[in-house]
Unconditional design. Structure first.
Length: 398
């Protein structure tokens, strides 16, 4: 077990083994511990157990305790809806007045009996997971006045040691920690503007630290105090750009990736300053998806959705060397599971391929959802939960 896995599992509540409580799963790296899933789709294709009509937004679903949570927008309201994982029947819906032009971009985060949800217009909600009752609300735009992003508020949520950490992006409040129980500010740090990335965690000297990929670059800070430990600029020279992929942590190293002429970098955090292991814009430059690491190799999408040149690649972690490339694969969310990798493309197609540096070997393919599918999926208890801007579906893989 690597250190990011250990620290995230230690700081999360006791969850069922099959839970997927937040973006990229319980360890925030796209890894699933599920086994024995059905990959023989030629004989038995994945079955849609149920579907549920949703509104706008790209906030991916999450699942915990036999409940699926989806944050979406209908009309002038943002809605956090809880559904029974086995049937899709609604259990409750929490509603709040929406702000901005679109639906939520950030996946909810389940911590113990609370669901946290961050809206397109900067309203941060804490909702009781069993009843749907409001616990507290923070209006980030009203309180901190951060600059508006191209696609509304989209920086993800991290819970560490009773604190909810957010890349708010305001001057003097680039990164803010809130008391998870009350919503009150605990600390704030940096002037870093907001990104569309979701933070993760790392253990440094026996203390939990937040690893945040802001619009400016990497910030690593003490989760308890907000003291900045490391900073590393990693930002495009193009103003019309975003940093969106989640940092990947392995031991004392952090992998960052972005498009728009920025590229990827592997940093080692063992000295006083981050040490650059390798960096380039030719191996694995991700637009908005996050790659997965299996063994000594990274698998991810190099390229951009809007240019039509997005290739699936396998890259050696320690060198950045490209082992193979599958051209024009398309932007896709990846999950490492059951000895291989599951890919959900933005056209709603599922693919299963081998996690091998020897070459691309596809094992299964199935169309599961029509229309643009950009939200990251959740895999829990043998079901894959995925959505577009009109429908949430549960696909049975077991």
């Amino acid at each position: 077990m690597n250190r990011v896995t250990f620290i995230l599992l230690a700081l999360l509540p006791l969850l069922a083994a099959a839970d997927w409580p937040g973006f990229l799963g319980p360890t925030r790296d796209g890894q699933s511990a599920e086994i024995g899933l059905n990959w023989d789709w030629a004989r038995s294709k994945p079955v849609t157990d149920w579907s549920f009509d949703v509104g706008g937004g790209n906030a991916g679903p999450v699942a915990a305790g036999g409940v699926v949570f989806v944050f979406h927008r209908l009309g002038d309201e943002e809605m956090l809806t809880a559904l029974a994982a086995d049937t899709g029947k609604p259990k409750w819906t929490y509603k709040a007045t929406a702000r901005g032009a679109d639906g939520p971009q950030v996946a909810p985060l389940v911590v113990k009996d609370t669901v946290f949800a961050l809206g397109y217009g900067g309203k941060l909600h804490a909702v009781h997971a069993k009843t749907g009752e409001k616990v507290w609300v923070q209006d980030l735009w009203k309180e901190y006045a951060p600059p508006e992003g191209y696609f509304g508020v989209g920086a993800g949520l991290l819970h560490v040691g009773g604190k909810l950490i957010v890349n708010v992006g305001a001057k003097g409040a680039g990164i803010v920690a809130f008391d998870a129980a009350t919503g009150k500010e605990v600390w704030k740090a940096t002037d870093d503007p907001p990104s569309y990335s979701t933070p993760t965690a790392i253990d440094i000297g026996g203390k939990p630290h937040a690893v945040v990929f802001t619009r400016t670059g990497l910030v690593v800070l003490n989760a308890g105090t907000g003291e900045v430990k490391y900073k590393h600029r990693h930002r495009s020279r193009i103003d019309a750009s975003v940093n969106a992929a989640t940092p990947l942590v392995w031991k004392d190293e952090v992998f960052l990736s972005a498009q728009y002429g920025t590229g990827a970098v592997l940093l080692r955090l063992s000295g006083k300053e981050p040490e650059e292991v390798w960096a380039n814009d030719t191996s694995l430059s991700c637009q908005y998806d996050t790659p997965v690491r299996v063994g000594e190799f990274l698998y991810g999408v190099h390229g951009r959705q809007d240019t039509g040149a997005a290739d699936l690649v396998c890259v050696e972690w320690k060198t950045g060397a490209v082992k193979w490339k599958q051209p024009r694969f398309g932007v896709a969310h990846l999950i490492a599971v059951d000895g291989g990798i599951l890919a959900l493309t933005e056209v709603g197609e599922l693919m299963r391929f081998d996690a091998s540096p020897k070459g691309y070997t596809e094992r299964a393919r199935a169309a599961v959802l029509d229309g643009l599918t950009r939200a990251a999926p959740a895999l829990a208890d043998g079901r894959l939960y995925l959505r577009n801007e009109s429908k949430l579906v549960a696909v049975k893989l077991k």
